[in-house]
Design a binder for this molecule. Structure first.
Ligand code: FES
Length: 171
């Protein structure tokens, strides 16, 4: 009796394994690239490495503002997206202190970001959401806000009143 040698049948298993390994490596590579695309800008933002745009925006001329009055002015966000439309507009409370000095306050409450209103009769900024109240100088008078209203730098350029726009922290 003679024993027959086992016959190998070509199944293409080697080629299948190579394709599987290739697809696994491709998935890992694409996943790593995707993670890096998200992680790098996020890390730069958290570490404060990303430069925040700051632009002087004209909000009116000197004749538009009376000494002692606090008025709402609107201007374009410092980094509007091309498709932002009207949402690129933001506002501030602007007070003319005297002939040459202005103060601009953010309209964003430092508690949870609701828009604060100016109540001229009481000389106070009021937040409608949780009853936060700020004095005329932006300091907290009562309620949950943990810190004063943020301020924008203001300058007079020739006859124009300009605000230095910048991203304002919500809390
Ligand atoms: S958001 Fe203004 S008091 Fe809460």
């Amino acid at each position: 009796m003679s024993e027959k040698a086992p016959v190998e049948v070509a199944t293409g298993g080697g080629r299948e394994m190579n394709r599987r390994k290739f697809l696994v490596r491709l998935s890992v590579a694409l996943g790593s690239i995707g993670a890096a695309l998200i992680a790098v800008p996020s890390a730069a933002f958290l570490l404060g490495l990303r430069k925040q745009p700051q632009i002087w925006r004209t909000v009116g001329t000197l004749n538009d503002f009376k000494v002692g009055e606090t008025v709402n002015v609107s201007f374009e966000d410092p980094s509007p997206l091309p498709w932002a439309g009207v949402t690129a507009q933001t506002t501030a409370w602007l007070r003319r202190v005297d002939n040459e000095n202005f103060i601009a306050f953010s309209t964003i409450c430092t508690h949870l970001g609701c828009p604060v209103g100016w109540l001229a009769s009481a000389d106070l900024f009021m937040c409608p959401c949780h009853g936060g109240v700020f004095y005329a100088d932006g300091q907290v008078a009562s309620g949950p806000p943990p810190k004063p209203l943020n301020r924008y730098p203001v300058r007079i350029s020739e006859n124009d009143v300009q605000i230095l726009t910048m991203p304002v922290p919500i809390t």
